[in-house]
Write a protein that binds this ligand. Structure first.
Ligand code: HEM
Length: 218
């Protein structure tokens, strides 16, 4: 095993800032929706807007970082080993079965994570941002802007934004549980905090398979 830098500093900054902002957007958003009462409606609207602007700025930096570093490749979905990963979470994990896929610096997401994060990045987050912006334009009329966009009713925007919010709540719940399913309960959390995680040494793996090969030959 070897300690390697798996999450770089911008990645950790982006991850935790995004986590705080999404949590905050959820809290204020569901107050606007009428489900909870925490900041008071007017404050909730103001806070939701401020957090939404911060979130959009963060997204711009994150997109830039992913494309300049090539890290976007980590999120390309794959169906290879998807079933064994699903089997692991549904059954294997309760029988102490080994993780079906190995984490490496170049491929740190398992197939299920790849698919889920890809869906979040390509569908859920864009839906939240675009419906949120349309919501902003509708609620704070800039007359021509609205007629130009021809938003006649808030309904479709509100429904899309709320469905996205529920999907994000579901994601956060599952994500919090899955954090605990690393090598040890806190391994994944520590990695996202410090950047480092103990992974199987690629060199060791090669040596091991060479040894096995020599033993078989001998
Ligand atoms: C950049 C992203 C976002 C923008 C621009 C945005 C913007 C807005 C705006 C302008 C409103 C209406 C506020 C009002 O009625 O005055 C709203 C409502 C709401 N937002 Fe967001 N939001 C964003 C992200 C999120 C996220 C990430 C969540 C939750 C995870 C969320 C949950 C909600 C909820 C539940 C409502 C109330 C919907 C309703 O009942 O009609 N929003 N958002």
């Amino acid at each position: 095993m070897k300690k390697v830098l798996i999450y770089k500093s911008f990645e950790r900054f982006w991850h935790w800032t995004q986590a705080i902002l999404i949590f905050f957007l959820m809290l204020s958003g569901f107050e606007i929706h009428g489900s909870i009462s925490f900041f008071g409606f007017e404050n909730a609207v103001t806070y939701h807007n401020v957090a939404a602007y911060a979130f959009m700025i963060l997204i711009v930096f994150a997109i830039f970082w992913h494309f300049t570093t090539g890290e976007w490749r980590q999120y390309v979905p794959t169906f290879k080993s998807l079933k064994s990963q699903l089997d692991f979470y549904l059954f294997g994990i309760f029988r102490n079965a080994p993780h079906p896929t190995k984490k490496t610096v170049l491929s740190k997401l398992n197939p299920l994570q790849r698919l889920t994060y890809f869906g979040l990045k390509i569908v859920v987050i864009p839906v939240m941002v675009f419906s949120g912006i349309l919501y902003m334009l509708y609620r704070y009329p800039q007359k021509e802007g609205i007629t130009a966009l021809n938003i006649e009713s808030l309904e479709i925007i509100a429904v899309l934004h709320t469905i996205g919010a529920f999907l994000l709540v579901a994601f956060v719940i599952v994500h919090l549980y899955l954090i605990t399913t690393g090598t040890k309960v806190l391994t994944n959390l520590q990695a996202m905090l410090t950047g480092y995680e103990e992974l199987e040494d690629e060199g060791d793996k090669e040596k091991k398979s060479l040894n096995n090969f020599e033993n078989q030959e001998g």
